[in-house]
Design a protein. Structure first.
Lengths: 115, 117
C-alpha cells in the first residue's frame, strides 16, 4: 500500500520569500503520479502541480515547482516569491498506475505567509 | 475551464436523518470519487465509481453510505442515517482515466460542508 508523509504541520514564511513544503512517499510500484493541492480557508481543493514517476524533469507551474528526488522518495513543493494569498493548507497526494490507483493524501501542511 | 460542481455548499441536518450530496462531474470524465475531510484532518477516500458500479471503497464506506448515478450527469452520495461523526467536508472528484498519471489528473469540486446536529 502506498503512504504519503507530510512532516510539517505548520510553516511560516515572509511575503516574497520562497518556502519548501516537504512530502515523502513510500511505494513499491514503479509507476505513480504525485500531486499537490492547495486548500484555502474556504475549503475547496485546488490542483497545483503534478509529477510523474518517469518524468525526467522536475515539474514547474508558475511560482510552484516540485523538487522530485526519486531515490529519496521525496516530492517537495517549492513556492517562490510567497504571496499573502498563498496562506492555506497544502496536501501532497499520490496515485499508482497498478493496484489501488486511488489517490492517497498526506495530512497536510498549514502555510501562513506573513506580510 | 471544466469544473466539478457540488451542491449544496453547506448542509445542516439532524442526527438520524438521511442526506443526499450531489455532484456534477466533468462531462467527459468516466471515473468518479467521493472523499471526506473531517475538520482539521486529512482527506480520506470513501468510494470510487465507474461504469455504473462501485469499483473500490474504503472501510469508512459502510452500509450507511451509498452512491448512485441516477442520470447522465449527476453523481450522488447518500448517507442513510447520519451520525454526529459524519460531520465533515465531502468532496466529489472525477477523472478521465483510471490512473491519473498525467497532469489532468483528478478534478475536485468545491465540497459540501455537512454538519450533523
Amino acid at each position: 500500500a502506498q503512504k504519503i508523509t507530510q512532516t510539517q504541520p505548520g510553516m511560516f514564511v515572509q511575503e516574497k520569500e520562497a518556502v519548501t513544503l516537504d512530502c515523502t512517499y513510500d511505494t513499491s510500484d514503479p509507476s505513480y503520479g504525485l500531486f499537490w493541492y492547495k486548500q484555502p480557508s474556504s475549503g475547496e481543493m485546488i490542483f497545483l502541480i503534478y509529477q510523474g514517476s518517469y518524468d525526467q524533469q522536475n515539474a514547474t507551474e508558475g511560482r510552484y515547482s516540485l523538487n522530485f528526488q526519486k531515490a529519496r522518495k521525496s516530492a517537495n513543493l517549492v513556492i517562490s516569491a510567497s504571496q499573502l494569498g498563498d496562506s492555506a493548507m497544502y496536501f501532497c497526494a499520490m496515485s499508482l498506475s497498478g493496484g489501488s490507483y486511488i489517490p492517497t493524501f498526506g495530512r497536510g501542511t498549514s502555510l501562513i505567509v506573513h506580510p | 475551464e471544466p469544473e466539478v460542481t457540488q451542491t449544496p455548499s453547506h448542509q445542516v441536518t439532524q442526527m438520524g436523518q438521511e442526506v443526499i450530496l450531489r455532484c456534477v462531474p466533468i462531462s467527459n470524465h468516466l471515473y468518479f470519487y467521493w472523499y471526506r475531510q473531517i475538520l482539521g484532518q486529512k482527506v480520506e477516500f470513501l468510494v470510487s465509481f465507474y461504469n455504473n458500479e462501485i469499483s473500490e471503497k474504503s472501510e469508512i464506506f459502510d452500509d450507511q453510505f451509498s452512491v448512485e448515478r441516477p442520470d447522465g450527469s449527476n453523481f450522488t452520495l447518500k448517507i442513510r442515517s447520519t451520525k454526529l461523526e459524519d460531520s465533515a467536508m465531502y468532496f466529489c472528484a472525477s477523472s478521465e482515466r483510471r490512473a491519473a498519471l498525467a497532469s489532468y489528473g483528478y478534478t475536485f469540486g468545491s465540497g459540501t460542508r455537512l454538519t450533523v446536529v
